[in-house]
Design a protein around this ligand. Structure first.
Ligand code: UDX
Length: 438
């Protein structure tokens, strides 16, 4: 008989995981405390934009193999339960807020009366899994028959469906051979594709995830530090990245200098990692991450400073077109978005900002309702004194600089992602400013 799976939490991670498990052929129930989210998913609508997700939801909704509910009792007879809830940054510190993972375990546990595996996928501070295992054993009626494992998720927003169905590696943090066997069964199809599987203990599995994100953040801040040096030395960081990226030990990916990283993972994960290291008495080991965070935040400031400089000292009443609000393309996510942060800073300094994003406007409005939003890139640019390119959507790369030059007041563009065709824009009469470029 095919495995029965429950997925607790239907946000970016859980919704995609639930749909991915249905695609692998399992019977899946997705559970969330948010009734609106559940209702949308039950209707076959993704509550956020993720390429490919709508199609798979439509394919599996109505087959009886994929359902969504707010009732934890629906998980009772599942063989494997995946915990996919969020671990946001706490309001009062840099640490991760564990109330949702703890709440998920507490809500699920009373329904666990038969042998099963509870698998954490959320990004958590090292040590959380062991504490959750104790909590589970104490509260589940089946006691130790509900075993806990950790299986971190490495999916990238925008490629979440692909990353879920074809992971580049699988990490199984387990405390028994039976748990490993079960996880190998769940992911059998992915493993058949040749996906490497690394089997570890619980703390290593938790650490793999946060250290991967810390490394990625470091790589981005490294190249952004080189951008700062390039700016004062008159060098071009994009050429520098190409040149060092050819060294296979370095690699060109994640070496794009610009306005830095944002989103629901990298910024909060490095902060939570530092906080946890402090609790473990090892703050010195991760002290460098504070610098990574600081370099990252300076890049946003740099764009604001460039606009002020271009405006002759003050941005008051200057019309600034902001192309992009999402933290990266192929996503409607504006959590800790550098683009939205820059737009907000300029707006608060009195600039007449007009923001356009192909997918993220609705979410941007929720967190920054007072910003003016445009209906199209051309609308945002009409009459602008300066155009900021802040999220590298293909739509923005495809803009015709000749046509756009006719719409603006002043043909000045700041390319916060260093990916517009600088020569083409200059040839069309624009003053082109990249970041970390002459
Ligand atoms: C990240 C990790 O990549 C993923 O493995 C983990 O599971 C969750 O966190 P995600 O947040 O979806 O995924 O986005 P990612 O593609 O990593 O980009 C993060 C940020 O870094 C974006 O704001 C992006 O614009 C920025 N970035 C990325 C750069 O500024 N330069 C780069 O070279 C690459």
């Amino acid at each position: 008989m095919s495995l029965r799976i429950s997925v607790i939490g239907t946000g970016y991670l859980g919704a995609v995981h639930a749909v991915g498990m249905a695609e692998l052929g399992y019977t899946v129930v997705g559970i969330d405390v948010d009734a609106d989210k559940v209702a949308a998913l039950a209707r076959g609508e993704a509550p956020f934009y993720e390429p490919g997700l709508d199609e798979l939801l439509a394919k599996h909704s109505g087959t009886g193999r994929l359902s969504f509910t707010t009732d934890f009792a629906a998980a009772a007879d599942a063989d494997v339960h995946f915990i996919c809830v969020g671990t946001p940054q706490r309001r009062d510190s840099m640490a991760a807020d564990l109330r949702y993972v703890e709440g998920a375990v507490d809500s699920l546990a009373p329904h666990l009366t038969t042998q099963c595996l509870v698998v954490g996928k959320s990004t958590v501070p090292v040590g959380t899994a062991a504490a959750l295992a104790d909590r589970l054993a104490k509260t589940a009626p089946v006691g130790a028959g509900a075993e806990l494992a950790w299986n971190p998720e490495f999916l990238r927003e925008g490629y979440a469906v692909e990353d879920t169905l074809h992971p580049d590696r699988l990490v199984f943090g387990v405390t028994s051979a039976e748990a490993e066997r079960r996880l190998r069964e769940v992911y059998a199809r992915a493993i058949d594709d040749g996906t490497p599987v690394i089997v570890t203990d619980l703390p290593t599995a938790e650490l793999v995830k946060v250290s991967a994100n810390a490394f990625l953040a470091t790589k981005i801040s490294f190249i952004n530090a080189m951008a700062e040096i390039s700016e004062v030395a008159g060098a071009d960081v994009t050429k520098l990245a190409d040149a060092i990226g050819h060294d296979a030990r370095i690699g060109r990916r994640f070496l794009n200098a610009g306005i830095g990283f944002g989103g629901g993972c990298l910024p909060k994960d490095i902060r939570a990692f530092m906080a946890r290291a402090g609790e473990l008495g090892a703050s010195h080991s991760l002290a460098f991450l504070a610098e990574i965070d600081a370099i990252n935040l300076r890049r946003r400031q740099r764009v604001v400073d460039i606009v002020r400089e271009l405006a002759g000292g003050s941005v008051a009443n200057r019309r600034v077109a902001v192309l992009g609000a999402a933290f990266k393309p192929h996503s409607d996510d504006v959590r800790d978005s550098p683009a939205l942060n820059i737009a907000g800073q300029l707006h608060l300094q009195g600039a007449r900002v007009s923001v356009y994003d192909p997918k993220a406007t609705e979410n941007a409005r929720k967190i920054f309702p007072t910003l003016p939003y445009a209906e199209s890139a051309l609308d945002a640019c009409r009459g602008a004194h300066v155009v900021l390119h802040l999220t590298e959507w293909q739509e923005f790369r495809d803009l015709d600089p000749v046509e756009l030059a006719r719409m603006v007041e002043n043909p000045v563009v700041v390319d916060g992602r260093n990916c517009l065709d600088a020569d083409a824009w200059r040839a069309a009469g624009w003053t082109y400013r990249g970041l970390g470029r002459p």
